[in-house]
Ligand binder design. Structure first.
Ligand code: NDP
Ligand code: 8X3
Length: 251
């Protein structure tokens, strides 16, 4: 099958927009997440609107066995994955270190760091066998600078940054590209998740400035994956015009 992309966290935000963007160019999409209803609706949209093949995979990236089972059990024609987007992730809470919730820390590290490692490890054999592939990791400006009350989330995204560098070095002999994209504040479901459903707090995050949108990040991921075989964008930080880095936002 021609051009296959696997996107984790495709039930919402960046991941969903990335699937839609690649589908406009004829890419067949494996879309993953925990919410089956959302993924099924996306698959129907991709098939009817863009006429591509699409496959939903429902698993929690924190669950190592489920990750490997889902990917190992892919039909053979879906295993020639050209692009893997490690996008599933979340922030939970915005608390000072001494007040932060231990379960929130566990979930962020297990999802953003270990989940990304499991999915990559499960997909890699199909890429190394072909000496071909592109891994795009979703970092954050929070992985470049630590901000106040960002402790666990910032640590997890710094780990994504470090692991992207590590993958890039170790995968050189296999000719696998590794791109880390580090977006600034983008209006998705991210803040609703971070503030555990508190819509007022979530909305306040984006008040008074122009944020990024999911489609912006999707366009960038698509650009990174559209370059000639010999070219790899290694690391890319992107913010809206209102933001300089993980700390300075002009309101
Ligand atoms: P959303 O909350 O809109 O989307 C997050 C996605 O991750 C959902 O599809 C969700 O699917 C999936 N996900 C979360 N936890 C798990 C899990 N345990 N197993 C499988 N899938 C999971 O947020 P964004 O689109 O904004 O976030 C996407 C990525 O971008 C994250 O890694 C985030 O840290 C990063 N990011 C976000 C920024 C922002 O300002 N929005 C800026 C910089 C980086 P489901 O719930 O169905 O499992
Ligand atoms: C999400 C952006 O600034 O909330 O990674 O950390 S920020």
């Amino acid at each position: 099958m021609d051009k296959i992309i696997l996107i984790t966290g495709a039930s919402s935000g960046f991941g969903k927009a990335i699937a839609e963007k690649f589908a406009t160019d004829g890419w067949n999409c494996i879309v993953t997440g925990r919410r089956a209803d959302r993924l099924n609706a996306l698959v129907a949209e991709l098939q009817t609107k863009y006429q591509v093949k699409a496959l939903p995979l429902v698993f929690d990236v924190q669950d190592r066995k489920a990750v490997f089972a889902a990917i190992e059990n892919l039909p053979a024609e879906w295993k020639t994955i050209d692009v893997l987007v490690n996008n599933a992730g979340l922030a939970l809470g915005r608390d000072s270190f001494e007040n932060a919730n231990l379960d929130d820390w566990d979930t962020m590290i297990d999802t953003n760091v270990k989940g990304m490692m499991y999915v990559t490890k499960a997909v890699l054999p199909y890429m190394t066998a072909r000496k071909k592939g592109h891994i795009i990791n979703m970092g954050s400006v929070a992985g470049k600078l630590v901000y106040k009350e960002g402790n666990g989330y910032c640590a997890s995204k710094h780990a994504v940054d470090a692991l992207s560098k590590a993958m890039r070095i170790d995968l050189l002999p296999h000719r696998i590209k590794v791109t880390a994209i580090h977006p600034g504040a983008a209006e998705t479901e991210f803040s609703m998740v971070r503030f555990k459903g508190d819509a007022t707090k979530a909305k306040q995050v984006y008040d008074g400035f122009i944020p990024l949108y999911a489609s912006d990040v999707a366009d960038i991921a698509f650009y990174c994956a559209s370059l000639p075989e010999n070219v790899c964008i290694n690391d890319l930080t992107v913010t809206s015009v209102s933001q300089a880095d993980g700390i300075y936002i002009h309101k």
